[in-house]
Design a binder for this molecule. Structure first.
Ligand code: SF4
Length: 402
């Protein structure tokens, strides 16, 4: 082993903070087993109780219509596409009922940048959900969606956030970060939806407004190792400033059916990336395992490479499935993976408060062996309440005038 790697390992073990150059040395040159051992050491220091958590929530994509057209995305449909959809309020209530039936506590609600859904649609939706389900949480609208709404409504980002918070927004998911380096964002056609600074700024405002948020990284497209680390360092700097991030989640780009194409990063790349994230993000408490893109086995291995959380019991998934990943684990499976790895499994909420033991041990819950989708295939129905909201696109205007 190179001497400098041994020194860096000592530094990490002594609780020291890695510089960009040191992190790059470790990421490029440390043996995978050593990276895992160091990341596991940090995980054990931060979580000495031997608990691995998970959340029961539902990942709902309210629309797939999107004007952003990121070239790594297989999920979106352009305005006017016959395959475009917007979920109706009633469909969303049904999804919440099903989520509550399996012990779920929140919706992770994200969608495309649909020009025909004005801010009032979101406010009405959030208010109605909160009226019907007062203790149910809304973890909703990633930073690029907030920016889209700010442009559409011509209100500032803090104003949009305040309106959404008043309507019932509880926390903001860290989606749409991809790699927070503008060179990469331009190549991925996602610079227009949010620059790196704009993404971070939404999170800064959300934290200042008292919301907690998560942070993500999608790696494995066109970025360099240095750029992956730059992404992590930018998150670390904002976390130093606000302390508002609860968790970090990384996953590999899923290339199937995308315009960008290419190949998927390996499982080893995933584990090394997760481990270096644990080492660089010394001010983040929680790292999630991404078993939805990596599968159950690598997901389980993540617990030895720095992760202390298994993420969400997936009831529904539409985005990575559109790009070829379709792993499904219900609560029984998640808990089995956690316990087989030698940890105690506990349910949590978005704030990482432990809610209790696995719910299936407390009461009968239906098992979900398949992932639900946003809508059954071929269902092109248009929700009736959409007529109440002005459309911006030509197609939307014509449709609503009928
Ligand atoms: S990643 Fe999001 S913003 Fe980009 S095209 Fe897909 S749905 Fe639209």
């Amino acid at each position: 082993m190179m001497q400098s790697i041994a020194n860096l390992a000592d530094k990490v073990q002594a609780g020291g903070r890695l510089s960009a150059a040191e992190a790059l040395d470790l990421y490029r040159s440390a043996p995978t087993a050593l990276l895992g051992q160091l990341a596991d050491g940090v995980r054990a220091r931060k979580h000495p109780d031997n608990i691995v958590t998970y959340i029961i929530d539902r990942n709902v994509n309210y629309t797939n219509v999107c004007v952003a057209k990121c070239n790594f995305c297989a999920f979106y449909r352009p305005v006017g596409s016959a395959e475009g959809y917007v979920l109706g309020f009633d469909e969303l209530f049904r999804k919440i009922d099903e989520t509550i039936a399996v012990g779920g506590v929140q919706l992770l609600l994200q969608g495309g940048h649909n020009p025909d859904l004005p801010l009032a649609w979101y406010e009405d939706l959030f208010r109605t959900i909160k009226q019907r389900y007062p203790s149910f949480k809304l973890h909703a609208l990633s930073p690029p969606e907030v920016i889209h709404l700010s442009r559409l409504s011509q209100l500032s980002v803090p104003e949009v956030l305040n309106r959404l918070i008043a309507a019932g927004l509880d926390s903001v998911p860290g989606g749409g970060a991809e790699i927070l380096v503008d060179r990469v964002r331009k190549l991925l056609h996602c610079y227009g939806k949010a620059t790196a600074d704009e993404w971070l700024d939404v999170m800064r405002h959300a934290h200042r407004a008292g919301l907690r948020t998560t942070a993500t990284m999608m790696y494995g497209t066109v970025e360099t190792d240095e750029e992956r680390l730059e992404h992590l360092l930018r998150l670390r700097a904002l976390q130093d400033e606000t302390g508002g991030f609860t968790a970090f989640i990384t996953w590999s780009y899923q290339p199937e059916h995308t315009e960008l194409g290419g190949t998927e990063a390996t499982g080893i790349d995933y584990l090394r990336t997760l481990a270096i994230a644990r080492l660089v993000l010394d001010n983040f408490d929680n790292l999630q395992a991404s078993w939805v893109t990596q599968g159950g086995k690598v997901g389980q291995l993540s617990l030895a490479y720095g992760a202390n959380d298994m993420g969400s019991v997936m009831i529904e998934e539409n985005v990575v499935r559109a790009a070829g990943a379709a792993y499904c684990m219900d609560e029984v499976e998640i808990v089995r993976n956690i316990e087989d790895a030698g940890f105690a499994a506990k349910r949590r909420n978005m704030h990482y408060d432990v809610l209790g033991d696995p719910i299936f041990r407390e009461r009968d819950v239906p098992r979900m062996m398949e992932l639900a989708t946003a809508r059954t295939e071929g269902d092109t129905s248009i929700p009736s309440e959409l007529r109440l909201y002005p459309a911006r696109s030509k197609t939307g205007k014509t449709e609503r005038a009928q």
